[in-house]
Design a protein around this ligand. Structure first.
Ligand SMILES: NC(=O)c1ccc[n+]([C@@H]2O[C@H](COP(=O)([O-])OP(=O)(O)OC[C@H]3O[C@@H](n4cnc5c(N)ncnc54)[C@H](OP(=O)(O)O)[C@@H]3O)[C@@H](O)[C@H]2O)c1
Length: 228
C-alpha cells in the first residue's frame, strides 16, 4: 500500500490502521527524513519516502523503489487561501500542479506496478460544493478530482478508482486547534450533531479500497453537513 500524504492527518490515521491490520505500507511526505521518522513511529511494516507532488517531473525517480501496489491512496494537500480578486498565480499553480498533475503523474508512474486487483482512492474535499472566501483554488482542485476519478476509472479498468470528499474533519490537525466558536458553528450545521472524525474518513477509504464493485464514485463523508 502506498499513501501519498501519509505523514499527517487522515493519511497517517489510515496508515496506522492498515499497518495494524498487517498490510505493508509506504507513506510519503515532502521530506524523506521526516517521512522515515513518522513511519518508524507506526507499529507494523511501514516505510517512509520523500516526494513533492508540485515537482511532477521528479516523481518517477522518487517512486522508483515502490511496488507492486495493490492499494494506492492520494491524500496530500497544501492549503492555499486564494480569492479571485487578489489572485496569487504562483500559489494557484502550485496547488493545481500538486493536486491534479501530481496525483495523475503518481498514477502514470505506477500504472505498470499496480496489481490486477488494485484500487485507488483520491482525496478531494467538499470545498468544491461548499465554497468559502479564499477557496478559489481549493474548490477548483477538489472539483477537478471528480473529473480525474471518472477518467482514471475508465482508462485503468479493471483497476477501480474512487474519490473521497471529506467535509470538516474535526479531529484532523487542520481543524482540531480552531476556535471553539468556529467549530460549534460547524457542528450546528451538521445533522449528525458532531463533525466527521479521521477514523470515519479512514473507514470510508477502506470501504472504497476493498469493495469490489464500487467504482468511479465521489463519496462524501460529512455527517450530512451539505444538507444544511
Ligand atoms: N482535514 C479536513 O478537514 C479535510 C477536509 C476536506 C478535505 N480534506 C482532504 O483530505 C486529505 C487529507 O487532509 P489532512 O487534513 O488529513 O492533511 P494534512 O494533515 O494537512 O496532511 C497533508 C499531507 O500532505 C503532504 N504534503 C503536503 N504538501 C505536499 C507536496 N507538495 N507533495 C507531497 N506531499 C505533500 C504532507 O506531508 P509533509 O507535511 O510531511 O510534507 C502530509 O502528509 C487532503 O487531500 C485534504 O484536501 C481534508
Amino acid at each position: 500500500m502506498l499513501i501519498v500524504g501519509g505523514t499527517s492527518g487522515i493519511g497517517l490515521r489510515l496508515a496506522e490502521r492498515c499497518a495494524a491490520a498487517g498490510e505493508r505500507v509506504v507513506i510519503t511526505g515532502r521530506d524523506e527524513g521526516r517521512a522515515a521518522a513518522v513511519a518508524a513511529g507506526i507499529a507494523g511494516e511501514v516505510a517512509g519516502l520523500g516526494l513533492d507532488l508540485a515537482l511532477p517531473e521528479e516523481l518517477a525517480e522518487r517512486l522508483s523503489s515502490v511496488g507492486p501496489v495493490r492499494h494506492l491512496v492520494l491524500a496530500a494537500i497544501e492549503r492555499d487561501a486564494n480569492a479571485v480578486r487578489e489572485y496569487d498565480v504562483a500559489a494557484a499553480v502550485r496547488l493545481v500542479t500538486l493536486k491534479l498533475v501530481g496525483y495523475s503523474e503518481v498514477v502514470h508512474v505506477l500504472v505498470d506496478r499496480l496489481t490486477v486487483d488494485a484500487s485507488i482512492v483520491l482525496f478531494g474535499g467538499l470545498a468544491w460544493r461548499r465554497p468559502y472566501p479564499g477557496s478559489t483554488t481549493v474548490s477548483t482542485v477538489n472539483g477537478g478530482i471528480s473529473g480525474l476519478v471518472a477518467t482514471l476509472a475508465v482508462e485503468l479498468a479493471p483497476v477501480r478508482v474512487n474519490a473521497l470528499h471529506p467535509g470538516v474533519v474535526g479531529d484532523s490537525p487542520e481543524w482540531a486547534g480552531k476556535p471553539a466558536a468556529v467549530l460549534a458553528g460547524l457542528v450546528a450545521r451538521t445533522p449528525l450533531g458532531r463533525l466527521a472524525r479521521m477514523d470515519d474518513v479512514a473507514d470510508a477509504a477502506l470501504f472504497l479500497l476493498e469493495n469490489p464493485a464500487v467504482n468511479g464514485v465521489n463519496l462524501e463523508v460529512d455527517g450530512g453537513w451539505l444538507l444544511c
